[in-house]
Ligand binder design. Sequence first.
Ligand SMILES: Cc1cc2nc3c(=O)[nH]c(=O)nc-3n(C[C@H](O)[C@H](O)[C@H](O)COP(=O)(O)OP(=O)(O)OC[C@H]3O[C@@H](n4cnc5c(N)ncnc54)[C@H](O)[C@@H]3O)c2cc1C
Ligand code: FES
Length: 385
Amino acid sequence: MKEGLIQQFEGYGEVARDIEVCRKYGIDYTLEKGSVEKFINRLHPGRMTLRVADIIEETPLDGTLRLVPEDGYLPPFQAGQYITVSLETGNIRTSRPYSIASPPNQTGYYDITVRRVKDGLVSHHLLDGVKRGDVLICSGPAGNFYHNPLIHDRSMVCIAGGSGITPFMSMIQEIVDCGLDREVFLFYGSRTLEEVIFFSRLEAIAGRFPNIHFHPVIEAPPEEYEGLKGLVEGRFIRDVVGDPAGKTFFICGPQGMYDFCVPEIENLGIPRKKIRTEAYAPAAPVSNQPGWPENISPDDRFEIRIKDGKVFSARAGEPLLMSLEKEGIFVPSECRSGQCSRCRVKIISGKVFQPTGTPVRRSDRRYGYVHSCVSYPLEDLEILI
Ligand SMILES: Cc1cc2nc3c(=O)[nH]c(=O)nc-3n(C[C@H](O)[C@H](O)[C@H](O)COP(=O)(O)OP(=O)(O)OC[C@H]3O[C@@H](n4cnc5c(N)ncnc54)[C@H](O)[C@@H]3O)c2cc1C
Ligand code: FES
């Protein structure tokens, strides 16, 4: 072989020999093409087909659907994450997120516990229309509401409201099943004692494990009730927990609870960055939110024109995403609470209401994108999907 310039570099001989050895005995990675993608899809599938293996009645308002995979495999998740169930009900193709209530160490199934919501479309369908053996199309696990041992304190103060207990059930079960070095003070706000989901299981866990403390807080308790009454106030937390410093706070429940509890916790001297929240439902109705224009009623209707597409009328008080779904227009969605940005649409003209604190990226704001799950029309709109 004629010697070129490159062959004259010092060390060329050794490198050339190594290449020769790798060619002869090494792995031919060209055969593995696509395997990384397959591996990632297995860990973070966009879509899963899950079968309802069992339905467990928890309280008169709530039921648990036990979901098993069709192919025997469930992706791992962090306790506190949710899956989004997509379905068709009342001729509307829509979706809703539900936190996984079972712990991550339970790899055979995911439990989702659904509370019946008055006039709710999907909660009623899941509790009344779904039977054992039915198949549900779900997203892979998602969300940021979990304990990260690198950032969060070992001691957690968890505040749940209504069905907002589900991510905490997953976290607590994982802690006790796996013997994790973590302490949990759980305050569970509920209207009545009968509506406390997982009551006997939580009591049994707290009775057995000294690092788990369970405190139901009941708004309308029976007369003889001796536990905490009313709403989850800061003074209850101080009395039970003692010094709240060095603890990370987690709140999950309806938006109204989070509006009440965050200032209560801040008044205990806890900085906002130590308080993590997951809002399950908007503080309805949207017209009561700060900034909603006085001259617009939630029942006012506006024309929505999709660029190069359909024109229809939508209620001001309904999220744009829901109005689009009612018209049979598909927009990808996941969290439906303004967090994940999957449902972005561009507002070409017109104005929408977005509740204070809706997290929209600066670049989205600049180019007119909004999260359609938390945007409400205030004028006729032209939009791009
Ligand atoms: C990340 C995340 C995880 C969730 N996990 C769970 C869970 O584990 N279990 C569970 O039951 N729900 C959970 N939810 C709420 C769930 O996604 C639905 O919003 C709920 O089931 C109601 O849906 P729906 O179609 O029946 O009601 P919709 O038809 O969407 O709403 C009907 C009316 O009820 C109000 N509303 C909606 N949701 C609630 C609510 N939760 N409480 C009170 N009023 C409400 C609406 O503002 C509207 O006025 C979660 C929500 C999020 C964002
Ligand atoms: S679906 Fe997540 S931001 Fe709208």
